[in-house]
Design a protein around this ligand. Structure first.
Ligand SMILES: [Cu+2]
Length: 153
């Protein structure tokens, strides 16, 4: 009887550990942060091709308002990065510094300021497995530092 109790207790403990772990382990949900030093905390993101939908959540870990140090997360083909940044520069904060209707933008969050978060969910069908994709922040002047590579594995 005491052995059964031991196994039950062990099972309950395992379940308690497994729950928060599995909630974090979804490979189709990705997180990235931007800070007041104009930096993302990750230079590369990847999702498995088995994901039908991919969600990226951008956190702003800084304190500055979005007018001064706003960040977004914009997914493009790697070859389009500079052109999308250039086109977005004049679009203004109201358009999240993205040229309205820019077809080169595959997915994007809105611009967030310190302490805020934003998510975007997009279909993996937009991407080719093994293709060269990139993400950037389109706030004027940020993309030189704030960019990374994105892959569908
Ligand atoms: Cu930025």
């Amino acid at each position: 009887m005491s052995r059964l109790r031991y196994h039950l207790a062990a099972a309950v403990m395992l379940a308690a550990f497994a729950l928060p772990l599995s909630a974090h382990a979804d490979p189709c949900k990705l997180d990235i942060s931007g800070n007041d030093q104009m930096q993302y905390d990750k230079q590369a993101l990847a999702a498995p091709a088995s994901c039908t939908q991919i969600t990226v959540t951008l956190h702003h870990s800084g304190k500055l308002p979005r007018e001064a140090m706003g960040h977004d997360w914009v997914l493009v083909r790697a070859a389009d990065l500079a052109a999308v940044a250039q086109a977005g520069m004049g679009a203004g904060l109201a358009n999240d510094y993205l040229a309205p209707g820019d077809k080169r933008v595959l997915a994007h969050t809105k611009i967030v300021g310190g302490g805020e978060s934003a998510s975007v969910t997009f279909s993996s069908a937009l991407l080719t497995k093994g293709g060269s994709y990139a993400y950037l922040c389109t706030f004027p002047g940020h993309n030189a530092l704030m960019h990374g590579t994105f892959k569908l594995d």
